[in-house]
Design a binder for this molecule. Structure first.
Ligand code: ZN
Length: 372
């Protein structure tokens, strides 16, 4: 199997990076007007900087106000607006805004520019997006031929985002190293259909080390609405390292457990990375990892406020039937849980989830903590 590594063509990050958006896209050879697909808070936070940065390179721009859901209809509406003004498309906001902008740009064969305003998952650097129905259910995953041409992250904006979003991004990033290792050891295909490279695995490991070293300090900086070196490193881990690690090495049990948990309506108020974090502990149980590894993950999760028990993902004392439904979904044909180096059955998953809940609860007891 050939090794395949993929990444965005350009990644730019730092406080007030938005002021460089004009020159950055100018460097990509984009000279026509820009259509910025943006949520309301991105418009409030960034409009002034957009005016300045586009004036710097003599470009005009218009804002396409995002209606709130990444649906086929919203993508069509955006495509019409982009065609009408012969514009290049830029996404600015959370995951759904970026997914919409990326779908519009890709339908029109245009470069993809992502400006995430939160660091809540590793999606901005990847080449896939999730399309929803009008009712808010997942309709399809779209996989694009190319990763974004530019991902620009303004850490002064991230510093003003809700703490829970950053923590959720840490939960998503927490899975990267553990899932990447499984894929590499098993010699399975990554998300791009190739084998992993040493580069991707090294980035995944750096991702984990960065969370442990900088997670707490980054969160404290964000609570003060300030940027510092820890927040810079952590945002890079959540966005770039985790994105490259998962896409170029692969996913395993943790994300499949997440997908299983989405079957329980009680988990819907919880963010992607929060459910993935519980999936990580379950994966460690499934693999019978040594207590030291489990303790390190629990200590980290607790320090930043990621869930470690059933109760903390909304399913305190789940029934046998509910766990069965979750485990069935987690082990569906084609799920990444089958990248684990042994046959994974629904019964094994249910047992591993129970074990994860009990080590999490025991950890909380020992450390005088309560459920979140
Ligand atoms: Zn994820």
């Amino acid at each position: 199997m050939l090794k395949v590594f993929c990444s965005p063509a350009r990644y730019t990050q730092g406080p007030h990076a938005t002021l460089q958006l004009g020159p950055e896209i100018h460097n990509l050879g984009i000279e026509s007007p820009a259509l910025i697909v943006a949520g309301r808070s991105a418009v409030l936070l960034l409009s002034e900087d957009w005016v300045k940065t586009f004036a710097d390179v003599g470009m005009s721009f218009e804002v396409f106000p995002f209606a709130g859901e990444c649906t086929a209809a919203e993508i069509r509406r955006g495509r019409q607006a982009a065609v009408a003004s012969k514009a290049r498309v830029i996404g600015a906001g959370g995951g759904k805004v970026l997914d919409t902008a990326r779908a519009i740009a890709s339908d029109l064969g245009l470069p993809v520019v992502n400006c995430p305003t939160i660091a809540s998952s590793d999606a901005p650097c990847s080449a896939l997006s999730v399309i929803y129905t009008e009712a808010g259910a997942v309709e399809e995953y779209r996989i694009y031929r190319r990763n974004p041409d530019l991902v620009l992250v303004d850490t002064a904006v991230i510093a003003r985002s809700p703490a829970r979003h950053l923590v959720s991004g840490m939960g998503d990033a927490l899975a990267t190293w553990f899932e990447a290792k499984v894929c590499v050891e098993g010699g399975v295909k990554n998300m791009r259909g190739g084998a992993s490279t040493r580069s991707a695995l090294a980035l995944a490991e750096l991702c984990y080390k960065t969370l442990l070293a900088d997670g707490m300090a980054a969160l404290e900086a964000l609570r003060r609405k300030e940027t510092n070196d820890s927040l810079e490193r952590l945002v890079e881990a959540n966005t770039l390292l985790s994105g490259l690690g998962f896409e170029s090495s692969g996913l395993a049990a943790a994300h499949a457990i997440h997908n299983g948990l989405t079957k329980a309506a009680e988990t819907h108020p919880f963010m992607h990375g929060e459910k993935v974090a519980f999936g990580v502990i379950t994966q460690l149980m499934l693999e019978s990892q040594p207590p030291g590894v489990v303790e390190e993950v629990l200590t980290f999760s607790r320090s930043v406020g990621l869930p470690v028990t059933f109760a903390e993902v909304g399913i305190a004392n789940p029934s046998r039937e509910l766990l069965e439904i979750v485990a069935q979904r987690a082990t569906a044909a084609g799920e990444t849980i089958h990248n684990e180096p042994f046959p994974v059955t629904p019964a094994l998953v249910a047992e591993a989830m129970r074990a994860a809940d009990s080590v999490g609860a025991a950890f909380l007891n020992r450390n005088g903590g309560k459920n979140l």
